[in-house]
Design a protein around this ligand. Structure first.
Ligand SMILES: Nc1ncnc2c1ncn2[C@@H]1O[C@H](COP(=O)(O)OP(=O)(O)O)[C@@H](O)[C@H]1O
Ligand SMILES: O=C(O)C1=C[C@@H](OP(=O)(O)O)[C@@H](O)[C@H](O)C1
Length: 181
């Protein structure tokens, strides 16, 4: 039903690191018969380096440039669920690409993010002794940007990726833009 209404329009998942953009994005793609793209994975493949190495070698600004370039390319395709990186919202230019599709914010409380990311070593911005404080300050800086999404899904403790994906699918019809309906 929802995939008929969507007419191939891409779904862009935004939100903090650890929010489940990649995990839920894959479930959404399966339900919709869409392809799935993880922008971080494309950046790593294109750059031939891990995100951590890219941050080390090119700095955050070099990474952000690659992120914008990959987003611009991904936008030219349709029928995709796209997991973005948590910082995609920082560049104004990226919003013009994101708005080609429907933007879904997975809004996850810091306590849940912390539990998921406590052992993580793959996210350079989180290699900090005060992980919870870092997550809080990033969310504070970015919340007003995430809230520009078309759809906000507030995730509760214990909700499975499948349950979250179903909630996204159920809410999509209420936010489809008139030209897409
Ligand atoms: N609904 C969920 N419940 C429990 N664990 C989850 C859920 N969604 C994601 N995770 C776990 O949290 C971690 C981060 O998820 P991921 O999809 O990589 O987040 P993101 O792409 O937003 O950074 C992974 O270990 C993943 O298995
Ligand atoms: O929030 C951020 O600035 C970042 C999030 C990461 O992606 P995930 O949100 O998939 O972890 C990755 O792009 C990079 O480490 C920077």
């Amino acid at each position: 039903m929802t995939n008929n209404l969507l007419k191939g329009v891409n779904l862009y998942l935004i939100g903090m690191m650890g929010a489940g953009k990649s995990t839920v994005g894959q479930v959404l793609a399966q339900h919709l018969g869409y392809g799935f793209v993880d922008i971080d994975t494309v950046i790593e493949t294109a750059g031939g380096k891990t995100i951590t190495q890219l941050f080390q070698d090119e700095g955050e600004s070099g990474f952000r440039q690659l992120e914008t370039e990959v987003l611009a390319q991904v936008c030219s395709f349709t029928k995709l669920a796209i997991a973005t990186g948590g910082g995609i919202v920082l560049r104004q230019q990226n919003w013009s690409y994101l708005h080609h599709g429907l933007i879904v914010w997975l809004d996850v409380p810091v306590e849940i993010l912390y539990a998921r990311l406590a052992e993580d070593t793959t996210r350079p911005l989180l290699q900090n002794s005060d992980l919870q404080g870092k997550l809080r300050s990033l969310l504070e800086q970015r919340q007003h940007l995430y809230s520009q999404a078309d759809l906000r899904i507030t995730v509760s403790e214990g909700e499975t990726p499948e349950q979250i994906a179903i909630r996204v699918l159920n809410e999509i019809p209420s936010v489809l833009k008139p030209t897409e309906g």
